[in-house]
Design a protein around this ligand. Structure first.
Ligand SMILES: Cc1cc2nc3c(=O)[nH]c(=O)nc-3n(C[C@H](O)[C@H](O)[C@H](O)COP(=O)(O)O)c2cc1C
Length: 420
C-alpha cells in the first residue's frame, strides 16, 4: 500500500480527489462520423473508472466540428448526441472517481479541416513536413471576432460537460494546439491585443479560464494543461511559462497539468531519442520544480512517470500533487489499483519496448521519414490499443510497431473518409 499515493487531495474549488493518480488525457479516436460519443467510449471509460485512478481526464473534445485533432474526436458543436455524452460521463464516473472533460481547439495542428482552412493566431505553417497530413495548407490568421467566438465555444462545451455529468473540465493549452500557438512567439506574430507581449499572447487562455469559471461556478474543478516549455528557440520558454503559471494561480484554477512540446518538437513522444532520455522518469520534472516555486496551486506532472518510487518522490520531495499516467493506461487499465495497493512497483513502459527496423520501409528511405514512421508508429501502437478496448477486445501487447503503424494509418484514413 502506498500511503502517499493514496492520500486524498482537496482542490481549491472544494472538490476532493480520492488519491493522487490520474489518467492523463488520451485522444481515443472512438467518436462516430458526426463526432458524437459512442458505446465504444462508454466501454473504455467504464474500464478506466474501475482502474483505481482518483481522476480521469478525457481525450481532447473539440469546440468546433470543422477542425479536428483527429477524425475520431468527440466534438460538442450543435451536433446532437448529448444522451451519449451523459452515458460517457456516467461510465467514466462509475467507480466514484472524478472524470474531467479536456476541451480543445487544434488550430493549425488540425488533422481534419472540414472547410479546407486552418485557423491559427498567424499565417505561419508548421515546420515539419507532413504534419497531420496538412502541412501544405497555410494557416489563416484568425480575426478578433473568431477569437471571441472560440472563447464562447469553450464556455459552451464546459457548461455542457457539467450539465451532462462530468465532474470537472480541463482547458488544453499545451502540445502546440490553439492556445499553445497563441502563447508561442514563433506561431503568434500578431500585432493586436492577442499578440506581441506575453500578456497579450496569454490573453486567449486567461480570458477563456475566466469565462469558463463565470459559467460553471466556483465549486466546479477547472484544470489547465500547459507546456513547461516548447523546447524551441524563440518558442514559449520556461521563463515565460512561470509568468503564465503565476497568472493562472491568480485565477484560482484547481489543477495545472505540466507537460511540454508540440508537433514540431515532442519530447515525450520521441522514443527515437538517445538512451539517457528514454530512461529518465518525469521528463518535465526539473521545470516543474521551478513552477512549484512560483505558485501554491495544485500541480499534476505527466510524462514518463512509471515507478512508484519516482511518483512518491515527486509528491514528497518535489511538491507535486497529482501524478498523470498516459501510455500505460492504454494497455494496463488497472495499473493505478496495483500501484496504490503496492502490488506493482512500476507501470510498464511499452513505448521503450517497441523496436523498429527501418529496412521494412524498403531501400533508400530517408532517415527523417524513417524517424517519423518510428515516432508516429509508436504513438499509433497506443491508439490501436484504445480502439481494441473500445471494441471489446483485449489490448494486444505483442503487436509490432510497424503493424500498428499500418493499422493506424489505414483506420485513420477510413475514419476521415467516413466523416459526415
Ligand atoms: C495515445 C495518446 C493520446 C494522447 N492524447 C492526448 C490528448 O488528447 N490530450 C493531451 O493533453 N495529451 C494527450 N496525450 C499526451 C498524454 O496526455 C501525456 O502527456 C503523454 O503521453 C506523456 O505521458 P506518459 O509518458 O505517461 O504517456 C496523448 C498521448 C498518447 C500516447
Amino acid at each position: 500500500m502506498s500511503d502517499l499515493l493514496s492520500q486524498p487531495l482537496k482542490l481549491p474549488c472544494g472538490a476532493t480527489l480520492s488519491n493522487r493518480l490520474a489518467k492523463a488525457p488520451l485522444t481515443e479516436g472512438l467518436a462516430d462520423p458526426h463526432n458524437r460519443a459512442t458505446d465504444k467510449l462508454v466501454r473504455l471509460y467504464r474500464r478506466w473508472s474501475e482502474g483505481g485512478a482518483g481522476m480521469l481526464v478525457s481525450g481532447n473534445v473539440q469546440v468546433d466540428r470543422r477542425y479536428l485533432e483527429r477524425p475520431g474526436n468527440v466534438a460538442i458543436d450543435d451536433n446532437g448526441g448529448l444522451d451519449m455524452i451523459r452515458a460517457y460521463a456516467k461510465a467514466g464516473t462509475s467507480a466514484g472517481n472524478h472524470f474531467w472533460m479536456q476541451i480543445n481547439h487544434p488550430g493549425r495542428q488540425a488533422a481534419v479541416t472540414r472547410d479546407g482552412t486552418l485557423p491559427a493566431p498567424s499565417a505561419i505553417p508548421l515546420k515539419i513536413a507532413g504534419a497531420a497530413g496538412k502541412a501544405q495548407i497555410i494557416p489563416r490568421a484568425m480575426t478578433e471576432e473568431e477569437i471571441l467566438d472560440i472563447i464562447q465555444r469553450f464556455v459552451k462545451v464546459a457548461t455542457t460537460a457539467r450539465e451532462c455529468g462530468f465532474t470537472g473540465v480541463q482547458i488544453h493549452a499545451a502540445h502546440g494546439y490553439l492556445f499553445s500557438q497563441f502563447l508561442s512567439g514563433l506561431s503568434n506574430i500578431r500585432t493586436d491585443a492577442w499578440g506581441g507581449s506575453l500578456e497579450n499572447r496569454a490573453r486567449p487562455l486567461l480570458e477563456t479560464v475566466r469565462a469558463v469559471r463565470r459559467a460553471v461556478g466556483a465549486d466546479f474543478p477547472i484544470s489547465v494543461k500547459l507546456n513547461s516549455a516548447d523546447f524551441q528557440q524563440g518558442g514559449f520558454s520556461n521563463d515565460e511559462c512561470l509568468d503564465v503559471v503565476r497568472w493562472l494561480g491568480e485565477e484560482k484554477i484547481d489543477l495545472l497539468e505540466i507537460t511540454g512540446g508540440n508537433y514540431e518538437e515532442l519530447p515525450w513522444a520521441d522514443t527515437t531519442k538517445k538512451e539517457s532520455t528514454r530512461l529518465r522518469e518525469g521528463y518535465f520534472m526539473e521545470y516543474a520544480d521551478r513552477m512549484r516555486k512560483v505558485t501554491t496551486m495544485p500541480l499534476m506532472i505527466t510524462g514518463g512517470m512509471r515507478s512508484r518510487k519516482a511518483m512518491e518522490e515527486a509528491l514528497a520531495g518535489d511538491g507535486m500533487d497529482v501524478i498523470g499516467l498516459g501510455r500505460p493506461m492504454c494497455v494496463d487499465t488497472d495499473i493505478c489499483h496495483k500501484l496504490l495497493a503496492g502490488e506493482s512497483p512500476a507501470a510498464r513502459s511499452y513505448e521503450h519496448e517497441l523496436t523498429f527496423n527501418p529496412s521494412v520501409l524498403g531501400p533508400d528511405v530517408p532517415a527523417d521519414v524513417a524517424k517519423a514512421v518510428e515516432m508516429w508508429g509508436n504513438i499509433g501502437w497506443f491508439f490501436v490499443q484504445l480502439w481494441r478496448i473500445g471494441e471489446g477486445q483485449e489490448p494486444d501487447r505483442n503487436m509490432g510497431l510497424y503493424e500498428a503503424y499500418n493499422i493506424y494509418k489505414e483506420k485513420e484514413g477510413a475514419l476521415t473518409a467516413g466523416l459526415a
